[in-house]
Design a protein around this ligand. Structure first.
Ligand code: HDE
Length: 761
């Protein structure tokens, strides 16, 4: 028993890691491309100094360095104290005038404790309130100096620490992880030239083109103001009312109704910078750039039925997944890629690169990989790190610059502004998680919660009393904005207007839909049907379908059919008077299936069912094989705890069928042994478990007599068209290479062949 329980890939009772640099490094033997400077270094600080990072802030603490002893608290072996450091003798009873008398006002211990508690909450983020984050590093593949002088891209093997936060957008801080929603993908690079935040999403486009519309969009999608419903859902009247009056949202709606909005985990979703930014080299020359994060483990999503069920059984599904992957060493990893193009190229595109509702198809500009990000350390404290981290699109460094995207402009203002109220004043950059690695020197002073103690009497520049310090860095060392030339068409003077191409709303929505596989298209149609079935006002449903007709008649017809809408409403009038011919009509890169991943099953959760009388050897052997492949196998039985086996091996169920239902797992093993099969068959949860696994396209391995459970659950052993089901493996025992076949089938993630139509069995 001990051996198998201890063989869990992570320790759920993980102790606090006070003062250690544990977990800061890539796993032993990890191959960093190309020549890693990490080899031989035992702490990140060491690795960073060998990677020629800048000096570490002398103030003594940045969460990226791991050297946070000044602010970390280790209470082991310590007596309880007040915030003034006074030892507390009794933490159970308030001070009273006699045991039954009134509580005394002088009880400063009680008052301090309650007062602090009363103020423990800060406002949640207005959007992206629910998130999870981790520390890690970015490693540069090769110098990118021809294009940019940005610090992380200077040398092959250069390491830059990062802190990355993933989030849902609409739900509140305590809402569920698996809502249909966009996911935030925000990366803080602690570079040796200051902090750079790449604040992106898991979709490369956005709903609106101008920041002016953002408060409207957010008000429309958030719970409705009169009754505060529904939580973490776009399936309601106000959202669809708004977007159906904003046809520029059509492209983004395709993404949000696709399985992209239901990621299987943060580790299996892409990330995008969305806007066009600029890369600037030392000579001041610049090109446009779009940033892409591509997950090493492939892009994998949930199906809707699965997402709905998970949100009930484990609202922390993605948070738990990220935490457990890191604890088990199956570190999430992404490749950073860039699409770079010149002003002249941009002029030729059939869309405007300042329009955040458009992407640059990879067929037009390929994505060039420039480095990788590995997340390998969980935060010590959720509030201090994940909640207090403050990302901001304005945080850029020399070598980067903005484009004139009007959505980006609004963001450059919004983030600092919102953080001033969320984090209580202008000094949140001093919080350890936000502090840059490089020292900060300026004449900003005071404000709420100031930590730094600036010395001397000079707080202005120019000065002579402070020897002129801190002085302007000058054009060579300091940040310079690209001197972009105004073009003739910009010389209209002040206008509240958009460029003409912003009025073309449907070409890329069509491109996206037409580039999906049939299963993905069916899921998009089903998502529109579901969401619009929650819309109570028929005119809004009609308006959405009339908008969809401009993007895809096929999709519009399918959605209308699902809503019993006959005849089809007229197509919405176009906002642009001339047809814009797109460059391409098909982009395979837009399908989730385009990135199956590295073929490993690292981080996948696999259920092995047990019951008394099970054949212990084969169950234990599958467990060992899955563990060796980097997955997280788990024994489950009708009840948690010890299970007796046919062959006398001690096994222990780590969860019950009731506590962790089937849809929480990526694959399933049905055990061998006559009495175990009878025991499992006597529990109705077993059949729910199997049916969900089957319906959701998961891989199922039945060992020996375990296949009987499939028959009892009514699972068909062949596909509807008579072909064999690639996700069902029925074997006598493990000797026939079954675990290899099982692992290969799990690596496919899901077997959509089982789906027979939009309404699915
Ligand atoms: Fe944000 N966004 N946003 N956003 N956003 C915030 O900043 C905003 C947009 C994104 O993990 C807020 O600190 C405006 C696009 C992420 O802490 C706020 C506009 C993209 C996060 C804000 C946008 C994003 C935020 C709320 C339209 C993808 C979470 C709390 C002009 C490229 C960061 C906060 C984290 C958070 C404003 C649109 C990504 C209110 C005004 C497009 C990942 O400042």
């Amino acid at each position: 028993t001990q051996a198998l329980v201890a063989a869990m890939p992570f320790n759920p009772n993980k102790a606090a890691e006070h003062g250690f640099d544990l977990g800061l490094m890539p796993p032993a033997g990890a191959t960093a491309k190309p020549a890693s400077r990490l080899a031989g270094a035992s702490t990140l600080s060491e690795a960073m100094s060998s990677a020629k990072l800048g000096s570490v802030a002398p103030e003594g603490g940045n969460a990226a360095t791991g050297s946070l002893d000044r602010v970390r608290v280790d209470s082991s072996g310590q007596a309880l104290t007040t915030n003034q450091g006074v030892a507390v003798a009794d933490n159970q009873n308030s001070l009273k005038s006699g045991t039954r008398g009134s509580v005394l006002l002088e009880d400063f211990i009680l008052r301090e404790k309650i007062t602090h508690f009363d103020h423990e909450r800060i406002p949640e983020r207005i959007v992206h309130a629910r998130g999870s984050a981790a520390h890690g590093f970015f490693e540069c593949y090769e110098p990118l100096t021809a294009l940019t002088e940005a610090a992380p891209f200077k040398e092959a093997g250069k390491i830059t620490p990062v802190f990355t936060r993933f989030s849902t957008v609409a739900g509140e801080r305590g809402s569920k992880d698996t809502a249909r929603d966009v996911r935030g993908f925000a990366v803080k690079f602690y570079t040796d030239a200051g902090n750079w935040d790449l604040v992106g999403n898991n979709m490369p486009v956005f709903f609106i083109q101008d920041a002016m519309k953002f408060p409207d969009l957010v008000h429309a999608v958030k719970p409705e103001p009169h009754n505060q419903m529904p939580q973490a859902a776009s399936a309601h009247d106000t959202f669809w009312d708004f977007v159906s009056l904003m046809p520029e949202s059509t492209h983004m709606l395709m993404w949000v109704m696709s399985d992209r909005a239901l990621p299987r985990s943060y580790a299996t979703m892409q990330g995008f910078g969305v806007h066009s930014y600029r890369l600037v080299n030392a000579a001041g020359e610049s090109v446009f750039v779009k940033f892409h994060w591509t997950p090493k483990y492939g892009t994998h999503s949930l199906v809707w039925d699965e997402a709905v069920k998970i949100s009930g059984a484990d609202p922390d599904y993605h948070r738990r997944d990220l935490w457990e992957r890191i604890e088990s060493g199956a570190y999430p990893e992404w490749e950073l890629g860039v699409q770079t193009f010149t002003e002249a190229q941009a002029e030729q595109f059939s869309f405007d690169i300042l329009d955040a509702t458009k992407l640059v198809p990879e067929e037009l500009v390929p994505v060039r990989p420039i480095g990788r990000m590995v997340l390998n350390r969980n935060p010590d404290n959720f509030f201090a790190e994940t909640e207090q981290v403050a990302f901001c699109t304005a945080n850029i460094i020399p070598g980067l610059d903005f484009s004139n995207d009007p959505l980006l402009a609004g963001r450059i203002h919004s983030y600092v502004d919102t953080q001033i109220s969320r984090l209580g004043g202008p000094n949140f950059h001093e919080l350890p998680i936000n502090a840059p690695l490089v020292p900060v020197h300026n004449n900003q002073r005071d404000g709420m919660h100031r930590q730094a103690i600036p010395r001397g009497r000079v707080s202005y520049e120019p000065n002579s009393l402070g020897g002129g310090c801190p002085f302007q860095a000058g054009a060579v060392q300091g940040f310079n904005s690209v001197a972009v030339k105004l073009q003739a068409r910009d010389e209209q003077g002040k206008v509240r207007a958009k460029p003409q191409l912003f009025a073309e709303h449907y070409n890329q929505a069509r491109l996206f839909f037409d580039s999906q596989t049939p299963v993905e298209q069916a899921h998009i149609a089903a998502a529109f049907r579901f969401e619009l079935s929650k819309v109570t006002v028929p005119a809004i449903r009609q308006r959405v379908v009339s908008m969809l007709r401009n993007a895809s008649e096929t999709l519009a017809a399918e959605v209308a059919e699902g809503l019993n809408m006959r005849p089809l409403p007229e197509a919405m009038p176009l906002a642009i008077d001339k047809a814009i011919q797109p460059e391409i009509s098909h982009s395979p890169a837009l399908s989730l299936m385009a990135r199956p991943g590295d073929g490993s099953i690292k981080g996948r959760k696999i259920a092995i069912l047990l019951a008394d009388g099970v054949v212990g050897q084969s169950a234990a052997a599958v467990h060992a094989a899955l563990l060796a492949a980097g997955a997280t196998p788990k024994f489950l039985a009708p009840r948690i705890g010890p299970v007796s086996t046919e062959d006398g091996l001690d096994l222990e169920a780590q969860a019950s069928l009731e506590s962790e239902p089937g849809f929480l797992f990526d694959a399933l093993v049905l055990p061998d042994g006559a009495s175990a099969v009878a025991g499992l068959a006597a529990d109705a949860h077993t059949f729910e478990f199997i049916k969900d696994q089957y319906r959701h396209g998961k891989t199922i391995l039945a060992l020996g007599l375990g296949r009987k459970l499939l028959d009892l659950a009514g699972v068909p052993l062949a596909l509807a068209n008579g072909d064999g089901d690639p996700g069902l493996l029925l074997v006598k025992d493990l000797s026939e290479g079954a675990s290899t076949a099982f692992i290969a089938a799990i690596a496919r993630h899901r077997h959509p062949e089982r789906e027979t139509g939009p309404t699915r069995p």
